[in-house]
Design a binder for this molecule. Sequence first.
Ligand SMILES: Cc1cc2nc3c(=O)[nH]c(=O)nc-3n(C[C@H](O)[C@H](O)[C@H](O)COP(=O)(O)OP(=O)(O)OC[C@H]3O[C@@H](n4cnc5c(N)ncnc54)[C@H](O)[C@@H]3O)c2cc1C
Length: 420
Amino acid sequence: MDPAADEYPEHVRVVVIGGGPGGTACALALNRLSAEMGRQAHITLLEGKQFKGERHYNQCVGVLAPPLPDLLENQLKVPFPHHLCLMEIDGYVLHSNDQEIFLGGADENSFALRRVQFDEYMLDAVIQCGIPMSSARAVDLEFHNDGVTVYTDSSSLEADVVVGAFGLDEGSASMFARTTAYRPPHALSSIVTKYVSNPGSEVDFGTHIHAFLPSHPKIEFGAITPKCTHLTINIAGKAVDADLMITFLNHPEVQAVLSNFEHAGAMDSEQPPLFKGRFPSSLAHHYYGDRYVMVGDAAGLVRAFKGKGATTAVLTGIRAAETIMGHGFSERAFHDYFLPANHEIIEDLPYGRIMRLAAIYLSRLGYMDAVIRAARQSPEIRSALYDAVSAHALYKDIMKSSLNRKSILAVIQAISQKYT
Ligand SMILES: Cc1cc2nc3c(=O)[nH]c(=O)nc-3n(C[C@H](O)[C@H](O)[C@H](O)COP(=O)(O)OP(=O)(O)OC[C@H]3O[C@@H](n4cnc5c(N)ncnc54)[C@H](O)[C@@H]3O)c2cc1C
């Protein structure tokens, strides 16, 4: 890379590819920082989907977790869209094969809304700030010594630096993999469906998310989330499909929660409406380099195992903007500033992986029932389960606080009761 580009240019041209939470947050943060620092930033945001009129969607259950309201209001100066929130989520019911436990207790609740409306709101905030937004897809890139050419499906743009905020879009990942050393993260697949209350029965589903750790070898977890007018149900695993969703829906524990509800598909169809999405399950390789940086899902910069995906995408989008405006856009600048800024997320990934494997094996061996029984007696295990399910604490801290002699003995005791 031209060494001059490593210095602070007075005028920086940034193309942000993707208008989900990571891309919009990055564009808004670049705009705010350029005004605060008195430096010119010419930002263009590309988004290939149309959220207005709900023509396209990004797959998501739509639960926005703290500190998202704080990030929006204090860092991006965008009011949190309370008017879009359908309800506040104030706890979880964790289900194993034949046990369940209520987990609650955070100071700050999460908010359930329709993700398509949140995406539209964030894109509108970008447009209102006067940031040029193009409804086009980036289809190719060329990296030169003095800049990057971004080809879209309608024109081309010149940039000093490109922000990859394209989520797990495979076409965009191969575009970067062709032109840089970037390799996308591994991913889990997820199937989503929607249920509504049976005609004539006005059922209040409550304000808790039901989280399931079934013993089925191909389903890592499932969840039923109340959305005021309906329930959103999702399952995740290495390769979940429509048949596995039906298996999950027919599980007696799930049926018990879904009594009084029916799928929201066509009346004459047995099959519920199904949607498919993916979660990153590892860090991407080379997610930054000279003149490019990835944020959110594209970087795999999300909490391992249990999401907060939208919140983390916003956070990493802001951090990428801070690096570009404060330190430049060479590989060294990203290495010295973007990497350490995300240290907490990256350092926690191996702990998340261990917790994920522990949850998988405890469930498959039928020991999750014992963990839940032990949690009823032990506030420490209960709080560790809450922190893991809600993603309100780092996995490293959860393991530190729960892996002690007392908790391990409580679980062993509960397991041995199963055999006596
Ligand atoms: C089933 C499911 C449920 C989930 N539920 C939740 C939840 O309840 N809460 C939560 O916080 N997270 C949830 N997540 C995770 C969350 O959706 C992601 O972590 C988050 O959206 C990542 O944001 P992002 O900006 O990195 O990418 P995305 O939100 O994926 O946005 C990427 C955007 O880039 C656009 N794009 C891609 N390629 C191009 C291109 N070449 N040119 C132009 N535009 C392009 C796409 O159209 C898209 O709008 C869920 C994920 C799944 C799969």
